[in-house]
Design a protein around this ligand. Structure first.
Ligand SMILES: Cc1cc2nc3c(=O)[nH]c(=O)nc-3n(C[C@H](O)[C@H](O)[C@H](O)COP(=O)(O)OP(=O)(O)OC[C@H]3O[C@@H](n4cnc5c(N)ncnc54)[C@H](O)[C@@H]3O)c2cc1C
Length: 391
């Protein structure tokens, strides 16, 4: 298996680097640490950068050209995401729309739905959030209880969603709701709903990091129009699963690129303090660098399979466990090695301005929960990779 990036991939990467040099005004960490910025203005920073990416043709890379995408290969997509991470570029505030809802519309939506929603998704004029998880249904997503009751031609939604990323800034939400309370999988329908309407209440949730990027959403007789159902009634589970599984390998190089940047920041702080000269410190940093290289090689292997049109398969669960648990090991080690400096509020005098280690440490706790928790990934590996007997 050839793990090298092709000459076309290198050309694409170099063009992108030149574009980033010209168009990325400040690394996102500087925006994040700028006391002038609050959560609202940070979302605007992200929105503005998404617009620049879109204008330059670097958004919705895998979408077909007729819908504003580029029909790009998974390798180009993986290079794009890795380079954005290395450059510390602002992340799109519409990643759930572009990564999940957009592909759902492209594959299962009507022509009217695509025309109405896709352009505003890419231009970030409308931000989307994902209404799947509920207080009693996360890992067991098919256990959702939010229900859709017929009301003339349309539906009325009753229930609650939670952990809704970017909900407080979103204009639209894609929702899984029950149109049949008895049929576990065949009773779920995929709805598109505006958030600004009677019967929808979005409450921000305060996180351990101090932000309120999540919301919980309460639906009390909220209107969901029939024309905004994606697919047919009762097809929601199938659509959600195909879309959730529609990762074409575009994020395979992202974790090692992002954590490589974080390790560089750690090394530079340890050089400045002189601690890098200590053998115990070098041993710990060396172990992080080696693990990150192993992860990069794993990402390249998955990407090489995808480039040959082989599906990533359940082995992608191994990648998920590796990057999410490695990030916790990395931030644990960084906090330990940085000493008090690693715990200083970044606005304090003397604090480092390249990295907020405490923020990263707290955020890394979430990685082993979202997109399938570590326990769920281990169940998948046991069953589908190791073929172990299950009850
Ligand atoms: C940062 C972040 C962003 C998120 N964004 C969104 C979003 O935008 N939209 C959305 O809909 N959801 C979102 N989620 C929710 C996410 O999908 C759920 O948190 C996740 O599916 C786990 O569900 P849960 O929190 O209900 O935990 P539970 O499913 O209740 O699990 C609790 C614990 O039990 C373990 N467990 C559960 N079932 C099993 C099993 N069968 N075998 C072994 N162990 C098991 C789990 O691993 C976990 O440790 C987000 C979550 C996070 C952390």
């Amino acid at each position: 298996m050839d793990l090298r990036i092709s000459p076309e991939g290198i050309k694409f990467r170099d063009e992108l680097r030149a574009w980033l040099d010209e168009n990325l005004e400040r690394p996102y960490t500087e925006e994040l640490l700028d006391p002038k910025n609050d959560e609202d203005s940070l979302v605007e920073v992200r929105r503005n950068f998404q617009r620049k990416l879109n204008d330059a043709g670097y958004l919705g890379m895998g979408w077909p050209a007729e819908w504003g995408g580029r029909g790009a290969t998974a390798v180009e997509e993986a290079i794009l995401r890795a380079e954005l991470a290395i450059a510390d570029a602002p992340q799109s505030p519409n990643s759930l729309g572009i990564g999940l809802c957009g592909p759902a519309l492209i594959h299962h939506g009507t022509e009217e739905q695509r025309q109405r929603f896709l352009p505003a998704m890419l231009s970030c004029d409308e931000i989307w959030c994902q209404g799947f998880s509920e207080p009693g249904a996360g890992s067991d997503l098919a256990g959702i209880r939010t229900r859709a009751e017929p009301d003339g031609d349309d539906f009325r939604i009753h229930g609650q969603k939670v952990w809704t990323t970017l909900g407080p800034w979103s204009d639209w939400i894609f929702v899984l709701a029950r149109t049949d309370m008895e049929d576990r999988y065949g009773g779920i329908t995929f709805f598109l709903m505006p958030i600004d309407q009677d019967g929808v209440e979005m409450r921000p949730l305060k996180q351990i990091s101090g932000e309120s990027e999540f919301g919980e959403v309460f639906f009390d007789n909220a209107l969901a129009k029939r024309e905004h159902i994606v697919g047919k009634l009762g097809e929601g589970w199938r659509i959600a699963m195909t879309v959730l599984g529609f990762e074409r390998g575009g994020s395979t190089l992202l974790p090692s690129a992002e954590y490589g940047r974080q390790i560089d920041c750690l090394v530079s702080a340890l050089r400045e303090s002189g601690d890098i000269e200590r053998s115990d410190v070098r041993e710990k940093v060396g172990a992080l660098i080696v693990e990150n290289e192993v992860m990069r090689a794993g990402g390249l292997r998955t990407l090489a399979s995808v480039a040959q049109d082989l599906p990533p398969g359940p082995e992608s669960s191994i990648d998920k466990i590796f990057w999410s648990e490695f990030h916790q090991r990395l931030t644990d080690t960084a906090i330990e090695l940085m000493g008090p400096l690693g715990q200083l509020e970044v606005t304090s005098p003397g604090a480092r301005k390249d990295m907020d280690w405490m923020y990263e440490y707290l955020w890394s706790r979430a990685g082993t929960i979202y997109s399938g928790s570590s326990e769920i990934q281990r169940n998948i590996i046991a069953k589908r990779v190791l073929q172990m007997p299950t009850k």
